[in-house]
Design a binder for this molecule. Structure first.
Ligand code: AMP
Ligand code: ZN
Length: 141
């Protein structure tokens, strides 16, 4: 897609620190290394976000994640964890609108990366929880 920075990276129009490429995906270092080895895996097909994946594209992309994760782990055996993150739409911190999966190796609790879910276990009644689940369930096709 025109004017998409990740399409340009895939097409070698702009440089990247490539890690892996095949007919379906392209993986490269995030230019802003949240931690050493922070990698982005992108489908070669331009899709904006997770809502545009079909089953085949999802299978193609997500099937490649474990081997790239293992490669990062082998390259940096001192790492002690890996966060896999996929931001969708601006409110959820997406800033590049060609879907991508972040692989963020973790080395210590003090590295420059955190996720905070908070503890909200007592905010809904069981009935409210069931209503939320039912509402989503009936939309799963
Ligand atoms: P997100 O905020 O989830 O959309 O992530 C987009 C990521 O793309 C950010 O972490 C950026 O640092 C990264 N990024 C933007 N431009 C480039 C680039 N030219 N090469 C590598 N990574 C990039
Ligand atoms: Zn694109």
């Amino acid at each position: 897609m025109e004017n998409c920075i990740f399409c340009k990276i895939i097409d070698q129009e702009i440089p990247s620190y490539k890690i892996y490429e095949d007919e379906k995906v392209y993986a490269f270092l995030d230019i802003s290394q949240a931690t050493k080895g922070h990698t982005l895996v992108v489908p070669k097909q331009h899709v904006t976000d997770i809502f545009e994946y079909d089953d085949t594209l999802a299978a193609d992309v997500f099937a490649r994640i474990p081997k790239i994760a293992r490669a990062i782990e082998k390259a940096f055996p001192e790492m002690d964890g890996l966060n896999i993150l996929n931001n969708n739409k601006e409110l959820a911190y997406q800033s590049v609108f060609h879907s991508h999966i972040h692989l963020v190796p973790r080395y210590s609790k003090n590295d420059d990366f955190s996720i905070h879910f908070g503890n909200h276990t007592d905010q809904q009644t069981p009935e409210e929880m069931q209503a939320i689940a039912d509402k989503i369930k009936e939309q799963v096709k």
